[in-house]
Design a protein around this ligand. Structure first.
Ligand SMILES: [Fe+2]
Ligand SMILES: [Fe+2]
Length: 274
């Protein structure tokens, strides 16, 4: 399996622009897929530099209804005329973020796209085929990210704390390997892994994605003691972790101290074979 980072918050070199967002190209035995589309069309610019032909992508997954993961949707629909796009049925609920000063910034998807017939709306569990499966509705509260407190969803005429029912995670099975991909892990990466263990009795061998340990609008990250606890727990699973985006650089360094070779960073422009 080949994984190329098309966009995230940092880059491997000046040859690749970066942005606050996430987009991964994943090539398996059966599929050429995109997991998230970043905040803009930057994923497409970097795809060219990484020899990824976007017209050949056969499916895309949007992990949740935030602009930094689905902001490239319009560009992707233009560049690719065949891939189905899998989103949770709640992904187009309007989402907002509290900003300093009390402003509520819209951080949801482009509502003008909702009628597109290439979307496939998923629920708690959605099997795509024998290689790919999506799951949502993670309930655990262990090490729950504090940055979620500033995130809101529209319910009727009011804004409520986001419950992240719109967040889905991808499981890839290939050659006996189980790979878990999470976008922002708003429900908490530990809870997402727990959910896999509780519902499928299996641990992933590899975990990819953002772990939401850094709250960008507020410019702060989780307490170091909590990050170290998370690191100890993740290391104890025996899996390999590849992270970026909302994990944040400082929290990554703290995790790296604990986890050593069990974790590495996936900057824009990086290529990984697992
Ligand atoms: Fe998010
Ligand atoms: Fe994000």
């Amino acid at each position: 399996m080949i994984i190329k980072t098309l966009s995230e918050n940092t880059s491997v070199s000046e040859g690749f622009k970066s942005e606050h967002g996430l987009s991964l190209y994943i090539e398996t035995e059966k599929h050429k897929l995109l997991f998230d589309l970043g905040a803009s069309a930057l994923f497409a610019e970097n795809a060219c530099k990484l020899d990824v032909d976007l017209a050949e992508v056969d499916l895309a997954v949007i992990s949740h209804g935030h602009y930094d993961h689905g902001g490239g949707l319009r560009a992707f629909l233009h560049l690719n005329d065949k891939a189905k796009i899998f989103l949770n049925r709640k992904a187009f609920v309007r989402h907002y973020s509290n900003r300093p000063g009390g402003e509520k910034a819209y951080i949801g998807l482009d509502a003008g796209l909702i009628q597109n017939d290439r979307f496939i709306f998923t629920g708690d569990r959605f099997v795509i085929d024998d290689e790919l499966e999506l799951f949502s509705n993670v309930k655990g509260m262990r090490f729950y990210p504090s940055g979620n407190r500033d995130l809101l969803m529209e319910l009727g005429t009011s804004l409520q704390p986001d419950d992240f029912a719109h967040e889905q995670n991808l499981v890839i099975r290939e050659d006996g390997k189980i790979v878990l991909a999470a976008g922002c892990a708003h429900r908490g990466i530990v809870n997402i892994i727990d959910h896999m263990v509780n519902t499928r009795s299996c641990l992933p061998h590899h975990v990819i994605g953002g772990f939401h340990l850094h709250n960008s609008p507020a410019g702060r990250h989780e307490e170091p003691a909590l990050i170290r606890q998370i690191g100890e727990h993740l290391k104890s699973t025996g899996a390999k972790y590849y992270t970026c985006h909302c994990t944040g650089i400082e929290p990554f360094k703290m995790l790296k101290e604990i986890m050593g070779d069990h974790i590495q960073y996936l900057a824009t422009g990086s290529q990984l074979t697992i």
